[in-house]
Design a protein around this ligand. Structure first.
Ligand code: UDP
Length: 244
């Protein structure tokens, strides 16, 4: 089979940010300073010859489950609203990256061609090979999934070496370290352990997909400057990794 990576030795990674990360201190919307910070971190990766794809959640705008809570909006519609929210975030991130001179394309799993390209696997690969950052928007395009699953799916499709789950903490803990002082960081974790012990590195569908395809998941702190680069280029600061 033709090697679509053309034997590139470059690191190819997918970074997953939650939508909540974009809202910063607020509970809703997009904080420009955060957008700027993330764009600069991504630019560092690109400048160091790392091939980067991004998935951003939509939780800073709306989530299907919460939208459906009032009993008016059905879950499926709520999920489509959530997917649209991820498109808003992706377009914002595209602007921020372009502001810093990074070549970038948004590809949506749902066709919205006035706003961005539609996800086409081979086209995504060509963008990556040309050194562009590709932001995958609208999740998987299906309700009842999450952007963690979308990120895992796309990472596998584009043959990424690793998925970086960028969070507010530096790794996976047995309980929320922001709430519990006695939370213990789990340094190396198998997929089975994460599933069995219900450790929510990502949702179970995403972890199962990563397991089936041997995709390592590194959980890292996105708010530590240069952390993404240190992890990928220098293998520094990898505290929690989920793999076999
Ligand atoms: N969503 C969906 N299918 C997908 C991805 C996302 O239906 O493949 C919807 C779902 O309602 C979800 C919302 O989009 O709650 C936003 O995504 P997510 O909750 O994963 O965002 P995050 O928590 O990462 O900000």
């Amino acid at each position: 089979m033709q090697n679509l990576r053309q034997n590139t030795r470059k690191n190819r990674i997918l970074v997953k940010f939650s939508g909540e990360a974009l809202s910063g201190k607020n509970i809703f919307g997009i904080e420009i300073d955060i957008l700027r910070y993330i764009a600069e971190e991504i630019k560092l990766l690109v400048d160091n010859d790392i091939e980067v794809c991004i998935v951003i959640g939509g939780g800073n705008i709306i989530r299907g489950v919460s939208a459906a809570e009032g009993g008016i909006i059905r879950r499926t519609s709520g999920d489509y609203m959530g997917m649209l929210a991820t498109v808003i975030n992706a377009v914002a991130m595209q602007e921020a990256l372009e502001h810093f001179g990074v070549d970038v394309r948004v590809q949506s799993a749902i066709e919205i061609q006035e706003i961005c390209e539609t996800y086409i696997y081979r086209r995504a690969i060509r963008h990556i090979q040309k050194g562009r950052v590709v932001i995958f928007a609208a999740g998987t395009g299906n309700p009842f999934f999450t952007t963690d699953t979308a990120a895992t799916l796309r990472a596998i499709e584009i043959n990424a070496d690793v998925i970086l789950k960028a969070t507010k903490v530096d790794g996976v803990y047995n309980k929320d370290p922001n709430k519990f002082d006695d939370a213990i960081r789990l340094d190396k974790l198998s997929y089975d352990q994460a599933l069995k012990d219900n450790i929510k590195v990502m949702d179970d569908t995403a972890i199962a997909l990563a397991k089936d395809n041997n995709l390592p998941i590194i959980v890292c702190n996105m708010f530590k400057p240069r952390n993404l680069l240190d992890i990928i280029k220098y293998q520094k600061g990898v505290y929690s990794i989920v793999k076999n």
